[in-house]
Ligand binder design. Sequence first.
Ligand SMILES: N[C@@H](CCC(=O)N[C@@H](CS)C(=O)NCC(=O)O)C(=O)O
Length: 230
Amino acid sequence: MPTLYIANKNYSSWSLRPWVLLRELGIPFEERLEPFQSTPGANSEVFRTFSPSGKVPCLIDGTITVWDSLAITEYLAEAHPRVWPAEKSARAFARCAAAEMHSGFQALREQCSMNCGVRVQLHRVDAALAADLARLNALWNEGLERFGGPFLAGEAFTAADAFYAPVAFRIQTYAPPLNEVANAYARHLLGLPCMRDWYRAALAETWRDAGHEAAIARWGTVVEDLRAPA
Ligand SMILES: N[C@@H](CCC(=O)N[C@@H](CS)C(=O)NCC(=O)O)C(=O)O
């Protein structure tokens, strides 16, 4: 059985992607959570003991180490046909959607960092964030309309949904302006049993990472903190 190394469920958006994919597809795996370190620079030192990049997520399957969430997805796809949609045009769309998330949406990632357990009032929606939100809205609406939902590329959960699962938590935290189709899709993801499990575990965490907390304070005001006390 492979081992998936992840970091704090409250903060680690990259970790969530392969985790939710493995869970939704029912692929057995062992989870190893290595929390972010409080000393600057210490994360990569700890993570490098199992991940060559010094980052999580990292999947270890016997003698094979796969670091990077997209590489893990493709590695899983070699053995599990349901990672990507079966139909060719849906598969092309799903791959583009996942790749776009992997390499884009910088403003969304920076200004609305994942922090599952808090609710934040953004100071403002600047032009860069507005552009990312418009693109997100368009992409989600296109997928849901073209392939009929309830998932991005059709009836089944695929890697495209896994890549946007952290965005669903960001929407829950920041309530950014999106249309109802996009908000309903985010709610659908949040309602999946494995997403609820992740959320429950995130709320129970008592670690606080200064860098992640500072990122929130830069772009907004925490109006509610639902996490277990530190
Ligand atoms: N492109 C990588 C990015 C992974 C990444 O940035 N992971 C963060 C955690 S969410 C990390 O390990 N940060 C630790 C550090 O940079 O010190 C992937 O897709 O897996």
